[in-house]
Ligand binder design. Structure first.
Ligand SMILES: *Cc1c(COP(=O)(O)O)cnc(C)c1O
Length: 343
């Protein structure tokens, strides 16, 4: 994949972005130290900056979004505790059952449109404290919601769930892998979407364009404990300032430009619709386009690949196309042309 990726239009994910020359320059110049000793000045700067952007007291830099979420759950729960989660959330659907290994929490999977359970369903599923029931402990949210087509979820829509959680003494964790996309699409400050939650994870390595890394943010005490779990999981890195510098650059320069990715995704969705494809649009779309086919997604993907277009599958007959930093207008036009020949 390495060399052909420059001629291919790669819409499989926004994780495929490569650091820009200016980002590499920032990485080259990064001051570094041993972060396990707390002595890497660039990691420390990233952690303060990310905490500020997310509106929390502190944050910790971790290698991946999966580790960020797993550390967050570990920090909130004891073994057996109950986590209320939508069954389409990344933490349940795409993290390999990791919580069964690390936190050993019980997942109560709920349903509902666009990646949100209803407040009534959440309320009804929280059972009284009783020797027969796990201890209800955590509500897990996701924004933007990946399996719901990259849906950005406004505060108005998730706040009723937070209220139910508070009434029952549950903590709230937000998987904000793409929280910056949500804020840009909703035209609000990121903090408006994070102020109600206790902890939030955010990926630097997706649409923000850094090569590696995520953060978890929360209160200072919470993050002190999260740092212990990061060490347990082997996520303590040494001269990590080299990659943290890319994260700082991404937070500085690549948040506002997400609007360009959203514009391209919207245009792509409209064009595919006008070709006759069924595009499943969320209420507030971001950088993803979900296409429902009447045939096998795998075969369609293989046909697109021969035309140097790479897309992902989100089900047997569903495609996911993701716009990002490395997809320009010409790439979008080439994609539309390839789809028009395959209809
Ligand atoms: C990508 C993603 C993650 C995990 O990130 P990795 O860095 O791939 O481990 C978590 N949550 C959501 C919603 C994601 O899209």
């Amino acid at each position: 994949m390495n060399n052909i990726a420059h001629t291919y239009v790669d819409l499989r994910s926004d994780t495929v972005t490569r650091p820009t020359p200016a980002m590499r320059e920032a990485m080259y110049r990064a001051e570094v130290g041993d972060d396990v000793y707390g002595e890497d000045p660039t990691v420390n700067r990233l952690e303060e900056y990310a905490a500020h952007i997310l509106g929390k007291e502190a944050s910790v830099f971790v290698p991946s979004g999966t580790m960020a979420n797993q550390i967050a759950i570990l920090t909130h729960t004891q073994r057996g505790d109950e986590v209320f989660i939508h069954r389409d959330n990344h933490i349940f659907y795409y993290e390999g059952g990791a919580a069964a290994m690390w936190s050993q929490a019980t997942f109560n999977q709920l349903n509902g449109p666009q990646g949100l359970m209803t407040a009534d369903e959440l309320e009804a599923s929280i059972r009284p404290r009783n020797i027969h029931h796990p201890r209800p402990r955590l509500l897990a949210l996701e924004n933007t919601h990946n399996r719901a087509g990259g849906a950005a979820i406004s505060r108005e829509r998730f706040f009723p769930l937070v209220q139910v959680a508070r009434r029952h003494d549950l903590s709230v964790h937000l998987d904000g892998a793409r929280i910056a996309n949500a804020a840009v699409a909703l035209n609000v400050d990121i903090r408006e979407l994070t102020q109600d939650v206790d902890s939030v994870s955010m990926c630097l390595s997706k649409g923000l364009g850094a090569p590696v890394g995520s953060v978890v943010a929360g209160t200072r005490d919470y993050i002190d404990q999260a740092r212990v779990y990061r060490k347990w999981l082997g996520g303590g890195m040494r001269q990590a300032g080299i990659i943290a510098a890319a994260g700082i650059y991404a937070l500085d320069k690549h948040i506002n430009r997400l609007a360009e990715d959203h514009g391209r995704a919207r245009y792509l969705a409209q064009q595919l619709q006008s070709l006759g494809y069924h595009v499943d649009m969320p209420l507030v779309p971001t950088n993803m386009v979900m296409v429902d086919l009447d045939r096998s997604a795998d075969e369609f993907i293989a046909a697109l690949r021969t035309r140097e277009i790479l897309v992902g599958a989100m089900g047997a007959k569903r495609l996911r196309l993701v716009t990002h930093l490395d997809v320009d207008d010409e790439g979008i036009e080439r994609t539309i042309a390839a789809f028009s020949r395959l209809f």
